[in-house]
Design a binder for this molecule. Sequence first.
Ligand code: IMP
Length: 191
Amino acid sequence: MPQLVIASNNTHKINEISQLVEGIELLSLKDIGFSADIPEPYHTFEENALAKASAIYQFSGKNVFADDSGICVYALNGEPGVDSAHYSGERDDEKNLRKVLAGLKGEQDRRAFYKAVICLVWDGEVYYFEGICEGKITEEKRGEGGFGYDPIFIPDGYEQTFAELPLSVKNQISHRGKAVMKMVEWLTPNP
Ligand code: IMP
């Protein structure tokens, strides 16, 4: 079975991705002995995903992919975007989503989308896979599942937030689910 490293320490992301990947042995950063933080200094998802994947490729020489993702709110001019993980100034999901809710107070246009960009380094070549999930921001937090902005995001076509929907449903329609499924199709094409 081919091996592939996930260049992430985010256990939520790793859990979601693991459920979508079959026929490939996923290795964690711990498995390859990498324990440092990987910097994400850029202003696009693509550049940050490439930075993470390249750092791990250089460290291990193994095939690797990185996901860079975030939520973009139309009425906030696309914020938090690439700054989603630390929008409030801290890596704190609760503070970050509170800042989005505060920014949208009294706002009618609550449309937002999640975006994920995967950068795959496979046999030294770089490939990108993207997924987008459109939806809207609630007035208040709802649900206990998921992570990040999931308690305030309702995907189009649903009534529940991502924190209320089962992970199996989130994975079918989410930004990350779509990007991962594209990568898996590329890696394991049907004969
Ligand atoms: P990254 O490590 O820079 O890709 O950070 C992604 C950040 O975007 C996370 O820390 C969350 O704040 C947010 N995010 C991305 N995907 C999701 C998701 O599926 N649910 C909730 N928040 C997400």
